[in-house]
Structures are given as structure tokens and as C-alpha cells.
Design a protein around this ligand. Structure first.
Ligand code: ZN
Length: 424
């Protein structure tokens, strides 16, 4: 197909000639169109006298247009800019270019002098501007802007200011980055609860006023609490003695109003201080509109934990497991006797009546967000499984008291990490 190549060349050549002819024509057509579009009607003799003054043909070869407007560039504009600048209306460059800044200045000048504020500098505007009646720019007072709420998702300087203040008050330990994220929201909620405000994590005018008040209550977190007051650590490496029984256990049904929480077993006991904190916590939850709580477990004696453990081992062995494998299977979910926090009387399993899965319920979410303020911690968390040695348990809370629980929350520490950090 050798004949094809010359043919292609011929076509290509014709095509190029076509472009060479067509493009300039198209450009000319476009230019004409453009000129027509922008053209102002040719002034008649009468209108010409209105728009142009010819003072002295020798000194001003080009007539100076009396109406200065956007898009112009000449010395008249420059002179006007200087005058507007001297009076405080204009802050831009005195360059003779009539741009948007100049138009704005003209409009300002006009409105302050009772002229039609159109940004076109005609003879009325200009003669007033250059007269002794021209007044200096008086800024109109900006009306006080009611601050809109500051909430999660905002990224701004005012978020930075809030973070700095919350850090000062020790509610916030995250980065001061102006980004209103989960940590900032958490700190706002803490602040609100401890300052008697509605707890919603959103900064409205009430929260903002309280926060910026010089008497705003800060969290008291002792950086290094007395080791003697540190919470007791109970885990596989730190078991309790078989004989350990906490003092003054109280029956939860006797101390917690059934209107706040349903205690599943009539025999469930707990430490009195922890039980008192439970009462305050469920009352706060009710105030937040979260009710229908259940306590399914509290204090467990060593003997009871041993029975739970042995029963589970027996069950695995009945299913054909060896003793060793039955024990290791049991250990995944049941604590060895002596290694359960429930023996302290400070641990409780919180659930929702007649609900098999606690995770994801509004109660679980509320508990996770708020238990810390009442001295409780979510003891076994998903990202701490390697450290605690237990699978996550959303329902298991442990009373450590304040400020420990808040410090663990703020630092994102498990009890193991907290004890290690605090012990001398
Ligand atoms: Zn538990």
C-alpha cells in the first residue's frame, strides 16, 4: 500500500493550509465580535459635551473622561485614588488603575456623602471629593456578631483558643491544632459536666462564657499522686490472696434506687464508695436522658471465682479436652481465682436488661464517654488487650476514684500503664 503514504501527505498538507487560513479568520471574527460587544455607542455631539471636557487642546490632547469607572487606567484615576486615600477611603496602591478596590472606595465615599453609591466617579462625586466639603472616612461600627456555636469538625483559630483554655484548665491534653476533634469534644463535655452546664460537647454562648470566666473550675489532676493512694492493680501477675475480702461491702439493691438502675441479683454486693459513685453516675445518665441500666455483677468472692473457673474447666473436659487445654480455653474468658478485679468489690458489669449485646447501645456509648468523671474506668479495652491480657469488655467498669480515672482517660492509659507511670 505504498500509494497510501503520498495520499496521506497530501491530505495533511491540505489540512494544514486549511488551519493556516481558518485560524486567523476565526480570530478576526472573534475580535470583531468582542469589540462590538464592548463598544459603547458613539457619542453624539451633545453627549460628547457631557462626557468629555476639552479644556485646552494643546495641553490635553486626549480628552479626559469626566466619569471615572472600573477598568480605566489614567492619571485622573490616580489623582482620585490619592484623594480617597488621603481621606481614608482607599487603602490600595495609587497606581491609576481603577479596579475593584478603587470602586469600593468610591462607593464608600459616595454613601458617606449622600450621593448615589454606584462606584462611578462622575462630576458630582469628583467635585465633592476635591472640595473642602469632602469628609474623612468614618467607619460604621461593626455590629457585635453573636458567636455561632463551635462544634466538632470545625477547624479555626477560635478552636485553638478553646483548646488552649481547656488545656490551661487541664481538661485537654491533646494537640493545640485548631481542629475540633474527638479529644476536644471529650474535654468540652468534661468541662460542661464539672461546671454544671448541659453536657453536649458543643460550645454555645453559655459554655464559652463559663469557659472564658477567670473563675472557671479546672480539673484537679495530681500529676504524681501519693503511691499509697494509687488504685490496686489486680491481674494475672498481681493476684489477690484467697483470703482477701473487702471491708464494708454493701448490698447494691439497698443503696441504689431501682428507678435509676436494676440490680440483677439480690445478693450483688460492692464497695460502699464505689456504690455511691454508681448512684451519682446513673443519676447523671438519667439527666442526660439515658436510663434503663442493669448491674449484672459486682463483688465476687475468691471461692465464687474458683467455682466459675472450675465449672468452665469441667465443661471443656466433658467435651473431650485434656485438663491442660480445658484450663487454657477457660482462661480466655474466665479469670483465675484471685486474679479477678471483682474480688475487690470495685468492679461491676453494666448491661441493659433483656439485651444480649451491650456494645453499641446508647447506654454503652454513654458509659464509655462518661464513667471516667465518676471515678470509673473501662478496664478492658480493645487496643489494650496485649497489656491487660483480657479480651475487650465494654460492660466491665472498675472504680479507681478521681483523679486516677480522669488521668487514665486523658492519657489513654490502661490501669497497668497508669500504675507503671505513677509508681516511683
Ligand atoms: Zn466484670
Amino acid at each position: 500500500m505504498k500509494w497510501l503514504r503520498p495520499l496521506l501527505w497530501a491530505v495533511l498538507a491540505l489540512f494544514c493550509i486549511g488551519i493556516a487560513v481558518m485560524v486567523p479568520r476565526a480570530l478576526d471574527a472573534y475580535k470583531t465580535l468582542d469589540t462590538e460587544r464592548n463598544a459603547t455607542p458613539t457619542p453624539t455631539a451633545d453627549t460628547q459635551s457631557m462626557f468629555y471636557v476639552t479644556v485646552d487642546p494643546n495641553n490635553t490632547p486626549e480628552p479626559t473622561p469626566l466619569v471615572l469607572k472600573r477598568g480605566m487606567e489614567n492619571d485622573a484615576v490616580k489623582k482620585m485614588q490619592q484623594a480617597l486615600k488621603d481621606l481614608g477611603y482607599y487603602e490600595g496602591a495609587v497606581d491609576g488603575q481603577f479596579g475593584s478596590g478603587t470602586a469600593e472606595a468610591v462607593t464608600l465615599f459616595q454613601s458617606q456623602h449622600g450621593l448615589t453609591a454606584d462606584g462611578l466617579a462622575g462630576s458630582d462625586t469628583l467635585s465633592l471629593l476635591y472640595s473642602s466639603n469632602a469628609e474623612k472616612y468614618v467607619p460604621t461600627p461593626t455590629p457585635t456578631v453573636t458567636p455561632s456555636v463551635i462544634r466538632k469538625g470545625e477547624h479555626s483559630d477560635r478552636v485553638t483558643a478553646v483548646q488552649e483554655r481547656l488545656q490551661e484548665l487541664r481538661y485537654y491534653t491533646g494537640a493545640i491544632d485548631g481542629q475540633f476533634g474527638g479529644g476536644t469534644e471529650e474535654a468540652v463535655r468534661l468541662f460542661q459536666r464539672q461546671n454544671g452546664l448541659d453536657v453536649d460537647g458543643i460550645i454555645g454562648s453559655l459554655t464559652l462564657t463559663a469557659m472564658m470566666d477567670e473563675n472557671a473550675a479546672g480539673i484537679v489532676i495530681t500529676p504524681t499522686p501519693d503511691p499509697a493512694t494509687l488504685p490496686v492493680l489486680v491481674n494475672r501477675d498481681n493476684p489477690l490472696d484467697a483470703s482477701f475480702v473487702p471491708d464494708n461491702l454493701v448490698l447494691l439493691r439497698n443503696v441504689l434506687p431501682s428507678s435509676l438502675v436494676y440490680v440483677k441479683g439480690s445478693e450483688i454486693e460492692g464497695d460502699p464508695t464505689a456504690a455511691d459513685a454508681l448512684g451519682r453516675m446513673f443519676r447523671a445518665a438519667a439527666n442526660d436522658g439515658v436510663t434503663n441500666w442493669q448491674i449484672s455483677s459486682g463483688y465476687r468472692s475468691y471461692a465464687y471465682q474458683k467455682k466459675l473457673f472450675d465449672d468452665s474447666v469441667d465443661e471443656f473436659m466433658a467435651g473431650g479436652s485434656t485438663y491442660a487445654s480445658a484450663v487454657s480455653s477457660t482462661r480466655l474468658t474466665v479469670a483465675d481465682p484471685g486474679t479477678s478485679e471483682h474480688q475487690l468489690g470495685l468492679a461491676f458489669d453494666i448491661t441493659v436488661p433483656d439485651t444480649a449485646i451491650f456494645k453499641g447501645t446508647e447506654q454503652q456509648i454513654w458509659l464509655y464517654e462518661n464513667c471516667w468523671e465518676f471515678g470509673f474506668i473501662i478496664r478492658y479495652q480493645e487496643d489494650k488487650e496485649d497489656i491487660t491480657g483480657y479480651l475487650a469488655e465494654d460492660w466491665h467498669i472498675r472504680y479507681t476514684g478521681l483523679p486516677h480515672s480522669l488521668t487514665m482517660r486523658n492519657r489513654d492509659w490502661s490501669l497497668e500503664e497508669y500504675i507503671e507511670a505513677m509508681e516511683p
